[in-house]
Design a protein around this ligand. Structure first.
Ligand code: FPP
Length: 244
């Protein structure tokens, strides 16, 4: 287990897995009369801060919802600039993430992404493989319903092939067919920008997560806000459906 961070209010261990729905980039830009891309660019800076903060606080898994399946419905120009930004992030940041000891992983529908981005993703995963300071999981072109449907198909195929009996299907077996197989479930999910929705993010995995909604727009979110969210998480009592 990691050392308990002295940056927190209590000596309780930090959440092992934090998921973040990064929301409010466009509103941040609109509020300043600036183009949308500026909001996304500032959002990328917030990603840097939160990655550093997660390492300092002893978080082991950080999952960031960077682009949902539904985001493909956005105007073509915005998708182009978001993909451009992602290219930039993957080219510029991976070396730095690797040096910080971060293992980068991606979940989501790769077939929908441009080929060069898929190559960059694969390179990033390969380059950072085995790093242990933080697992940064980027949910890209991701949708939880699609993930669960694909898992159901995968289980059904095993049954069809005679490799699995229907009576053997339980939560543990099913989880192995999800894209997050082998990862712990999120303990804490943070959504920025005042919206209180889950938006098709890790629906299976968040069954017992604590949710914290903050009004801060994602580009303004910092490592201090992450620390405050973890302090709030520590003030809550998790019962997993059992009596207190
Ligand atoms: C939500 O704000 C944000 C996004 C759809 C994109 C998130 C992308 C980044 C923060 C940059 C890249 C990140 C990584 C990990 C490479 P919104 O556009 O929905 O804003 P709104 O809610 O104000 O409309």
């Amino acid at each position: 287990m990691k050392l308990v961070s002295s940056l927190l209010e209590t000596s309780l261990p930090p959440p092992v897995h934090v998921g973040i729905i990064m929301d409010g980039n466009r509103r941040w830009a609109k509020g300043r009369g600036r183009p949308r891309i500026d909001g996304h660019l500032r959002g990328m800076e917030a990603v840097r801060k939160v990655v550093k903060g997660s390492i300092a606080l002893g978080v082991e898994y950080l999952t960031l919802y960077a682009f949902s399946i539904e985001n493909w419905k956005r105007p073509a120009a915005e998708i182009r600039s978001l993909m451009g930004l992602l290219r930039l992030y993957l080219r510029q940041e991976i070396k730095d993430l690797d040096q910080q000891g971060v293992q980068v992983l991606f979940i989501g529908h790769r077939t929908l992404l441009p080929d060069d981005i898929v190559s960059l993703i694969e390179e990033a995963e390969e380059q950072t493989k085995g790093n242990t300071n933080l697992n940064l999981v980027v949910a890209l072109s991701y949708g939880a319903r699609q993930e669960i449907t694909a898992a159901a198909q995968s289980v059904a195929r095993q049954v069809e092939a005679g490799e699995l009996d229907v009576s053997e299907i339980d939560e543990t077996v099913f989880m192995k067919h999800l894209e997050t197989a082998g990862m712990p479930d999120p303990d804490l999910v943070i959504r920025t920008s005042g919206e209180q929705r889950i938006s098709n993010f890790l629906l299976w995995q968040v069954a017992y997560a604590e949710f914290i909604f903050v009004d801060t727009l994602w580009p303004d979110f910092s490592d201090d806000d992450l620390r405050e969210a973890i302090n709030e998480y520590h003030r809550r009592e998790r019962r997993y459906g059992a009596a207190g």
